[in-house]
Design a protein around this ligand. Structure first.
Ligand SMILES: Nc1ncnc2c1ncn2[C@@H]1O[C@H](COP(=O)(O)OP(=O)(O)OP(=O)(O)O)[C@@H](O)[C@H]1O
Ligand SMILES: CC(C)(CO)[C@@H](O)C(=O)[O-]
Length: 306
């Protein structure tokens, strides 16, 4: 019996460095690399359209009506309360026969600025729709669905598998569960971040990624030899420089943090700088701050998240 509504939380993910590995099969396509998941993330609420309207949690007839509504053409879509949709989320809902559901995406993170919001929204929609409509999929299956949707839309390669894991994920082999392979840097930290503007993931991934990927592989070799946070940050700085992705505002902030004795790097793919500890505050910026997310993507009780 389905509950007809469910809520999932998925951490943000900043990629420190990556290499791109396209493939025809979206479960095989992905990226190698490493990054940091954030306790700041994306909450996705999925509910059958009539349940959202009526607040009914009701009897078997109501459940049948709700299940039917879930597969209707399209329910409402909001991002932070305004009408809006994310392509990868739509593909996930289609895969789960849940296009008729109402889907509310909520996040304090900026979209398109290197926090993997589209991947998080896709994974959150998969977890919540599966629970709301009792689709009976396993976690790996849902991560695969969200990964394929994200890769298919060109909005990310490795965010979904990283967000499913939490912590400081290292993507050793590209692809969805069953294909890719993950490790992690066993560390927790406070992370500060400042965003200057968006950077289109679709544009960068759609261009020539040969040089970028060579730089990403070199950075991964360094981190594998010394899986510690300072090495991740140093490898990230080398990657941004060698892959020619550094933008002036970010370069200036990274230098300022370095001059103040801290560790910072550029978040891929956004005009965003992230730092460990109080790196950005110490350098005179007014950053947002959170911890590394410890748990990875998860269903949450509606009451826990207002
Ligand atoms: N307000 C918005 N600003 C930017 N993109 C939006 C917005 N609303 C919906 N979208 C959609 O969300 C997706 C954003 O994907 P994109 O990969 O650029 O960002 P991201 O996942 O937040 O970050 P990144 O991949 O840089 O880590 C796009 O498919 C875009 O069409
Ligand atoms: C391509 C990417 C940098 C976009 O955020 C990310 O998905 C990754 O690391 O694969």
């Amino acid at each position: 019996m389905s509950s007809q509504r469910a809520t999932a939380f998925v951490p943000g993910h900043v990629t420190a460095f990556f290499s791109a590995h396209p493939a025809d099969d979206p479960a095989v396509a992905g990226s190698r690399g490493a990054g940091v998941t954030l306790a700041d993330g994306v909450t996705v609420r999925v509910s059958a359209a009539d349940v959202a309207a009526d607040g009914a949690t009701g009897d078997a007839a109501a459940a049948d009506a709700a299940a039917a509504a879930a597969t209707a053409d399209s329910g409402s879509r909001t991002i932070d309360g305004d009408r809006g949709s994310i392509g990868a989320v739509e593909d996930v809902l289609a895969d789960l026969n849940a296009t008729g559901a109402d889907v509310a995406v909520e996040t304090d993170l900026p979209i398109g600025a290197g926090f993997g919001v589209s991947g998080a929204a896709a994974l959150g929609a998969a977890l919540a729709a599966n629970a709301a409509f009792d689709r009976g999929r396993s976690e790996n299956d849902l991560v695969r669905t969200a990964h394929a949707a994200e890769v298919g839309r060109g909005t990310g390669l490795g965010d979904v598998v990283a967000q499913a894991r939490g912590g400081v994920p290292v993507r050793l082999e590209p692809g969805a569960p069953g294909v890719g392979e993950l490790d992690g840097v066993p560390a927790s930290a406070r992370v500060e971040y400042v965003t200057f503007d968006e950077l289109s993931t679709e544009e960068v991934l759609g261009g020539d990624t040969t040089a970028l990927s060579a730089a990403g592989e070199a950075a991964l070799d360094r981190l594998r030899a010394d899986p510690r946070l300072p090495t991740l940050m140093d490898a990230a700085r080398g990657f941004a420089r060698d892959a020619d992705l550094l933008v002036p505002e970010v370069a200036e902030a990274v230098d300022a943090v370095d001059a103040a004795g801290g560790e910072a790097a550029m978040a891929m793919l956004g005009r965003t700088v992230f730092a460990l500890g109080t790196g950005l505050s110490d350098a005179g910026y007014e950053p947002r701050a959170c911890r590394v997310d410890a748990a990875g993507a998860r269903l949450v009780d509606d009451r826990d998240r207002g």
